[in-house]
Every structure is written in C-alpha cells, then in structure tokens.
Design a protein around this ligand. Structure first.
Ligand code: ARG
Length: 477
C-alpha cells in the first residue's frame, strides 16, 4: 500500500523537448509550461504509485503467460518495477511534472532503468484502464483500513455501553428532557448508525473490487490478453463487463463518498452530543485532557476540539460527494480528462473518514460518565409523566383521559415547584382516584427504564442483551 507522501515533483523546464514526452511523436512544439503544470496530476496521483506498480506487475505477468512478452522480458520488467517501488518507498523517486502523471513517471523510469524492454510494458493497455485499476486498488486498501477502524470504534462503544447499562440519563426530544434512558442505550444508538455504515462500506467494496484492466483506451485490445487472469492476480472478484463503461465508470468513487458523507454525518451528530455533554450546563461526561485544548486568553477553558473538528470536517466530505456527482453528470462515454479531477476529492474523503474514525475510536473508551449529574438531570423535567399515564391506563383509564390527568398533575407540580414523585398520594389522588400507593414505583427513574423491557428498549437487561448481539455481529465480520 502506497500511502506515503513523496517529495514534490520538479517544476517543468522551459526547454522541454516534445519528443521527450511518451506521447510526443505527433507533436512539433513543446507543451506550454503552464499547460504542463495545469494538466499534470503527478502532484497528487503519486499516492497511487505502489498500486500502479502492482497493476503493471500483474499486466506484465499476464502478457508473458499469453506469449506477448518473453519470460526474460517479464523478469526484467518485474525486477525494474520492484526496484522502482523501493525507490518510491525510500522517498528517492525523481518525480517530474513534465511526465504528467504517476503512470508515465513510472513507465519512463522503468525504461531509464532497464532499457528498451521497459517500452513493452504498455502493450495492450492504456492509461485509461490503468488509472481506473489503480484507483480501485487504492480505494480497496483504504476501505479495508476504514473498516478495521470502524470495527475498533464499535468494539469500544459496545464495551462502554455494557459498563453503562444501568446509568440513567435524560433522553431528549426537541432537546427537551423527554423520558429517562440508560447511557448504555444511547451509546448503542450510535453503534446502530455505525453498523449501517459498515454494511454500506462493504457493499461499496463489492463494486470497487472489479478489474477494468484490459479495457485499454476504450474498445479493448487486439492482443490475446487474459482479463480473468489479471483480475485474479490483483485480487479482484472478476473483470468488469464492458470496455467503454470500464474506463469511464466512477460510480464506485461516488458511492464511497456517499458512505463517507453519511459516516461523517453520524460522527458529527455524536460530536455535537459530546460538545453539549462536556459543557458546564450539561456536565454529563468528562473528556480527558488529551482530547482537548485550552484557550490562549481564558485560563479556565478546556475545549472539546476533537469532536468539534470532526463535526466541522463533515462539510468537506459532503462537498466531495457533490464534487464527484457534478464531475460525472455530463460526461459522454468513454474516458475524458475531466476524470483526473476524481482523485483529490476521493483521497480527501478517505483520509478524513479514517482520521475522524481514529479520533473517535481513541476517545470513546476514555469517556467518563458523571453519573450523579446524569441522574439529577433525568429527574428534572417530569420525565416519568408518560409512566404515570401508562399506570393509569393499566388501572382502566383510557389513554387520552390519562394524558389529561397527568397534564393536570404536571401543572400542579410546576406550581408547587416540585417533581411528580414529590407529590403526596393525597395530592395525586385529587387528579384521579384510581391512583394508589404503588404509583411511586413507576414514578422512579429506575422503574421507568426497567419497564421498557423489550427488544430495542432502554431497560438495563435489554441493553446488556443488545451488547451481546452487537458483539457477536461485529465478531462475525
Ligand atoms: N492522469 C490521468 C487521470 O488521472 C490518467 C489517464 C490519462 N488518460 C488520457 N487519455 N489522457 O485520469
């Protein structure tokens, strides 16, 4: 996997000789120096250098197997490409803007190193199928790294959820206290979002993992190539079906950005909650100092920068999705140079997704619940009012009547400036004579959460069972 930053490519020289270009045969004047820079992609596509070499090795091996290259020619190419890979990994490769992109830089270097045999590597392929192959190999690597980081985060979440299965906090609607829930249950809600993200990622991977190699420029090639063989050598599930589509399809990159945008949306929502919960107004959790920074002017400040930045980075990933959709929307078949613009958004979407996952995977196991504050907040805001209504229904009152009775009790408690559980039995009975001493069991927060004892409910027993199922699902990946 080639994900190292190599030194910046050299600036183009103005005395460039047109014949020095790999495609220079039909040209009679040198490329304009600005155009050279404007059309080049090596500044960013060199990130795919090792994938480019991996693709070339498979192509050359296949060419030797079908007799287009001799065994000796293949060995020379193989040795040359491996030496170039070492050069790249050591940061010693002489990248050149004049050679436009990663593909021509490496091909030219091969010929420089092994001589005329290097010129045979490009037989039966084009940069169009080459670049599509490289992006797919690169993205497949990133998908696997992102999948592993998602799993690490989810394992941390499930572990924390299990520890906090009994911890009571307010559940919110409209950001108003609604009903008590357990903190473990809230964390498992995050986990559900991430489980769907994982499914989407793996579904996207299926369409990434097809080999366009052999589609050549657009129409295929007249050499007796074996596309199934290169697909197999590169670990692709199968060759792509249609040569025109193979060189022009970037759906897989769009799908990946859609995955990333939704992942970031989820991480952003969780970040928003962390930012709220760490505020002195909520004070529900402690985020260790190593994930925070201070203010240069206010000595008391400890800011939740990491979740804030994750929330902020969501914007750029959403932007990359729109950039790729817009890039593709009017392109006629087959390859167009527009497609060179696919890389920077895709690379940045993958980098950002991986970094934000890493931040969360590191942070989640370190979150400390301030249980007393959570409990006190849950006790405020009449959060067991629905439980009182359900109690009345169990005693034979129609739900709409129960709703009204509880509404009247809440108004009375507001007047008295106390909670429902603080009202006396006599006071409660003024609103309904079916209310008995057992009402206080349902007015407690523990009773309220324990009563929601069904699949997907917030009862501690259900949270523990959900943790077990989540752990099994993750282990089965
Ligand atoms: N650098 C190009 C890209 O990223 C490679 C393919 C160029 N093909 C071409 N026919 N000019 O898309």
């Amino acid at each position: 996997m080639s994900d190292k930053k190599a030194p910046a490519p050299q600036e183009p020289r103005s005395d460039a000789n047109p014949a020095a270009k790999l495609w220079g045969g039909r040209f009679s004047e040198a490329t304009d120096a600005f155009v050279e820079r404007f059309t080049a992609s090596v500044m960013f596509d060199q990130r795919m250098a090792l994938e480019d070499i991996q693709g070339s090795l498979a192509h050359a091996q296949m060419l030797s197997e079908v007799g287009v290259l001799t065994d000796d020619e293949f060995r020379q190419i193989e040795d040359g490409l491996k030496a170039i890979a070492a050069e790249i990994e050591a940061g010693e490769f002489p990248w050149s803007v004049q050679l436009e992109d990663v593909h021509m830089n490496i091909e030219a270097r091969l010929t420089q190193r092994i001589g005329a045999t290097g010129k045979k590597l490009h037989t039966g392929r084009s940069r169009n199928d080459q670049v599509a192959t490289d992006i797919r190999l690169w993205l497949r690597n990133r998908i696997d790294a992102i999948g592993a980081e998602l799993t690490r985060l989810q394992n941390g979440l499930v572990e924390l959820a299990e520890r906090e299965a009994d911890t009571i906090m307010p559940g919110f609607t409209h950001l108003q206290s609604a009903q008590p829930v357990t903190f473990g249950h809230h964390l498992l809600a995050w986990n559900e979002m991430l489980s769907r993200d994982y499914e989407r990622l793996m579904d996207c991977r299926k369409r990434v993992n097809r080999s366009p190699l052999g589609a050549a420029a657009l129409a295929g090639t007249s050499y007796p190539i074996n596309r199934a063989r290169t697909a197999e050598l590169l670990g692709f599930d199968a060759p792509t079906e249609n040569s025109l589509d193979s060189v022009s399809d970037r759906d897989f990159a769009i799908e990946f950005c859609a995955f990333a945008a939704l992942l970031l949306t989820h991480l952003s929502r969780a970040s928003e909650e962390l930012v709220l919960w760490t505020s002195s107004q909520f004070d529900f959790i402690d985020l260790p100092d190593r994930f925070c920074t201070g203010s240069s002017i206010m000595p008391q400040k400890k800011n939740p920068d990491v979740p804030e930045l994750v929330r902020g980075k969501t914007g750029r990933v959403n932007g990359h999705l729109i950039a790729l959709l817009t890039l593709m929307k009017s392109q006629p078949l087959a390859y167009n140079k527009d497609n060179q613009e696919d890389k920077e958004p895709l690379f940045d979407a993958a980098d950002t997704a991986l970094d934000c996952l890493r931040a969360f995977a590191d942070m989640v196991p370190a979150l400390k619940a301030k249980k007393d504050n959570m409990l006190a907040a849950a006790a405020k805001g009449f959060s067991t009012a629905t439980d009182l209504a359900d109690y009345l229904v169990r005693k034979g009152v129609a739900f709409r009547d129960a709703h009204e009775i509880v509404g009247n009790s809440v108004a009375f408690a507001i007047e008295k400036n106390c909670d429902l559980a603080d009202l006396s039995l006599q006071e409660l009975q003024k609103f309904s004579d079916v209310i008995g001493e057992d009402v206080f069991d349902v007015l407690t927060l523990e009773g309220s959460v324990a009563a929601r004892d069904h699949i997907g409910g917030t009862a501690p027993a259900q949270v523990r069972a959900a943790c077990t199922r989540a752990r099994e699902a993750i282990a089965a990946r």
